[in-house]
Design a protein around this ligand. Structure first.
Ligand SMILES: [Zn+2]
Length: 477
């Protein structure tokens, strides 16, 4: 996934039944097929293996709850593992529903959630699917009352997410040309595992997301926003993965102006192809905290009913937030994107990366001045266009086009080093961080790689992307 998600035999192109075999990489040639056999074990089975591993002590964060010190090996214990696996091409099914827009049918607002699960998947992804279907239901009622969206709304129920975002990635690759004019992608996945609300988004959509939650009543009184704010920051920004602290992992310090914590988009769910490959502004909403039964056989309806949401109140809340995101974006006269906030966040990312580069390279550290100036120009262009958003012109077409295109301008044409499928200059899942986001990944990963030359080159690439995006924003009238 950190090189590219989707069908490992069709990087960058859609894996359609009609695709000739000659255009596929055969599975034994694909660099993406796992080389190390692996299988989950229960703790009872893992116990004697772990207990008999020698070698150095494991890193502290690898120590689990078994009553002995964990070692990393190798040996002296030897394990024979017989895995029975079959390799076959299998058909997967994305289910797509569409409401055609009246004014701008080519501008798609996409809302998606996966449907496949590791086992029963009551929370992951069933709680998301229930919320999505309920928003579809609500939009159906609106349609009956005569309402029609200005832009086209697409609901997507993705297949094969757990095997590597396959359904969403292949669909996005298939619709690459049409997605060039897409407005936004809204994701949900682990929608409800308890009362807490959490969200990640591109910075331009963080204010939009806060506004939506201010319009939805919360199960316990007040609004979802109030409850979100009261609950404080989530335990982790990512989908329940336990990460080792990566030296120098580039997490941004929350800006002082943040009233609720909206996280950064790394990976681990279906927004990845839309944002990080195609530059479609995205959000992801759900439950932010670990819930114990993630990806296990115990994530079933009985658990959900007993522990997650006994009265299905948080499900209703999620359906409203998800549906309202879709409706508001589809009907907005002026697109609600805040590129001033985006610029400020990028400036903070650059500032942090500079400090890391100073530590890594000392006196030889490259200059971050130009990149910081470009981020500042992007922020200023964002502030200027924001003031125009408040006083929309008679024909908002050009303004909306600029707002729509700015995110795509942040794509790097040649992609990130070692992994050209990932093209976003500001966000990627880290090469070594699992699902967690690395911000300005080209620069930060060059610093992590102790590579001065690449750091300089990636700074120039970042600067060019910011310049492009600032120019697009300046082109609004
Ligand atoms: Zn999931």
């Amino acid at each position: 996934m950190f090189e590219f998600p989707g069908d490992p035999t069709t990087p960058g192109i859609a894996s359609l039944p009609s695709l000739p075999d000659s255009q596929r990489i055969s599975p034994d040639q694909s660099a993406q097929m796992p080389r190390i056999p692996s299988t989950p074990l229960s703790y009872v089975d893992a116990w004697p293996i772990l207990e008999h591993l020698g070698g150095p002590d494991s890193p502290r964060s690898w120590q689990g709850s078994l009553p002995f010190t964990y070692h990393v090996g190798p040996g002296p214990v030897r394990v024979h593992m017989r895995l029975r696996q079959d390799y076959q091409f299998r058909t997967i099914w994305d289910v797509i529903g569409q409401v055609r827009g009246t004014d701008s049918p080519d501008e798609w607002v996409i809302a998606g959630n996966h449907r496949d699960a590791w086992v029963y998947g009551a929370v992951d992804p069933g709680s998301g699917t229930a919320a999505m279907l309920e928003s579809v239901h609500g939009i159906g009622e609106l349609l009956k009352s005569g309402w029609k969206p200005k832009r086209t709304i697409i609901f997507a129920s993705w297949d094969a997410e757990e095997e590597g975002l396959i359904g969403s990635t292949e669909w996005a690759e298939q619709h690459d040309p049409e997605l060039a004019s897409a407005i936004a992608y809204f994701n949900t996945d682990v929608a409800v595992s308890g009362p807490k609300f959490g969200a990640s988004a591109v910075p331009s959509l963080k204010p939009f997301l806060r506004d939506i939650t201010k319009a939805v009543p919360a199960a316990g009184g007040g609004t979802v926003y109030d409850a979100w704010r009261r609950a404080g920051p989530p335990e982790s920004e990512t989908e329940q993965e336990v990460h080792d602290p990566v030296p120098g992992a580039a997490h941004p310090a929350p800006l002082a102006s943040w009233d609720v914590m909206v996280g950064d988009l790394g990976s681990g769910s279906d927004y990845t192809p839309f944002l990080q490959h195609l530059g479609v502004p995205s959000t992801d909403i759900g439950s932010p905290d670990s819930y114990g039964v993630y990806h296990s056989v115990f994530d079933d309806f009985a658990w959900f009913k007993k522990f997650a949401d006994p009265d299905f109140l948080y499900e209703q809340q999620m359906a409203r937030v998800f549906g309202l995101e879709t409706i508001r974006m589809a009907d907005a006269d002026v697109l609600p994107f805040d590129y001033e906030e985006y610029g400020k966040e990028i400036e903070a990312y650059i500032d942090r990366a500079k400090k890391r580069a100073d530590i890594e390279f000392g006196a030889r550290a490259p200059s971050f001045v130009e990149a910081a100036q470009a981020a500042r120009r992007f922020e200023e262009a964002g502030a200027k266009i924001l003031s125009r958003e408040q006083r929309p012109p008679n024909d908002p077409g050009k303004l909306n086009r600029a707002l729509r295109e700015a995110e795509r301008a942040l794509l790097i044409p040649e992609g990130l080093p070692h992994r050209s499928w990932y093209r976003h200059a500001i966000y990627a899942p880290g090469e070594n961080t699992g699902y967690a986001a690395v911000v300005i990944p080209g620069v930060n990963e060059a610093i992590d790689g102790h590579d001065l030359g690449r750091t300089e080159q990636q700074l120039a690439t970042l600067m060019a992307a910011l310049e492009r995006a600032a120019r697009v924003l300046g082109n609004d009238h």
